[in-house]
Unconditional design. Structure first.
Length: 311
């Protein structure tokens, strides 16, 4: 996504549409058996879930057009634990342990640190006059507001899904299909933007695909690879949710975000100061504390230490 946005800012809609279309077609064939299988969860609930999901996806895409760098985008979205805990306390009346509150505090400090330092970069890196520089900074603030809104909406969607699964049972694959199929008509509102970037993609330099020898515009090749990797990612998360505990799923997703962040920084040479690294460390240490991975590793390490003595 970073590569797309660097060459064609604002192309997030065509990327999201392609992902939705591919997953919807795959689900229509293999999950609903060409529409012959009825959903286990009433369709009206999916429309509510889809409205939230579509809103989050579109707002996150547009945030990238508001002077929000990809690393900050990733870090900010890592704050989903904060939003989930806050809404869980408010809506579900949940209470958490001291370690959970500590982990959330660490994540909050980490995100605030990275956000604050990014704000300073937006203000100082601008070579424009004072008036234009202020305008750039105000657009950046709007981007932060958009990310905050998307974060809270995503957390609310998670709580909504949790209540549905408790009532009707877990149907993750079915939810995956409807979350991607039902929003497709909504992309008609974005059709001019999608068509505009489709034309730009078609005008990009030619690229010969290895092995098969097919020649096509390189941006279409990048889009195809993005769709496939996104599908594999979502399918992988689905397999984890059915085969592993939620702790393992959360840990794997967290590590994936961390690897993506490091790759984005190194490969695209994004500006990242020592303060950004400190903030990132707070975010991911806090996330690992929240998952209580240390408690899970404790028994394993204890058995590993005892093994030489037993032998």
């Amino acid at each position: 996504l970073t590569l797309f946005c660097r060459q064609f800012p604002g192309c997030g809609n065509i990327v999201t549409f392609s992902q939705f279309l591919f997953i919807a077609v795959e689900g229509f064939i293999f999950e609903t058996n060409f529409g012959r299988k009825k959903p286990a969860i009433p369709i009206r609930y999916y429309f509510t879930m889809v409205a939230m999901f579509f809103t989050v996806s579109v707002v996150n895409n547009y945030a990238l057009n508001l002077n929000i760098a990809m690393p900050l985008h990733m870090i900010f979205r890592s704050g989903s634990l904060i939003a989930s805990m806050a809404l869980g306390i408010i809506i579900l009346k949940k209470r958490y342990s001291v370690s959970k509150y500590t982990s959330i505090a660490l994540v909050s400090v980490g995100i605030f640190t990275c956000t604050f330092m990014s704000a300073k970069q937006v203000a100082s890196d601008s070579s424009l006059n004072e008036e234009d520089g202020l305008q750039v900074f105000l657009w950046w603030l709007l981007g932060i507001a958009a990310l905050t809104f998307a974060l809270l909406m995503s957390a609310r969607m998670g709580i909504f899904q949790e209540t549905l699964y408790k009532q009707f049972g877990k149907h993750s694959k079915e939810a995956l299909f409807y979350n991607h199929a039902l929003p497709l008509p909504g992309f008609l509102l974005l059709a001019p933007n999608i068509y505009h970037h489709a034309v730009l993609f078609s005008q990009s330099e030619s690229f010969q695909v290895p092995v098969i020898g097919l020649t096509l515009p390189i941006m279409w090749f990048y889009l195809f690879m993005n769709v496939i990797t996104q599908y594999v990612c979502i399918r992988g998360v689905f397999i984890l949710t059915t085969e592993c505990t939620s702790l393992t799923v959360t840990l794997v997703v967290t590590l994936r975000k961390f690897v993506s962040l490091i790759f984005s920084i190194l490969y695209f040479h994004n500006p990242f100061t020592a303060w950004h690294w400190l903030g990132t460390a707070f975010v991911f240490v806090g996330t690992l504390m929240y998952t209580e991975v240390w408690n899970s590793l404790g028994p394993f390490l204890a058995r590993w230490r005892k093994r030489p003595k037993e032998e």
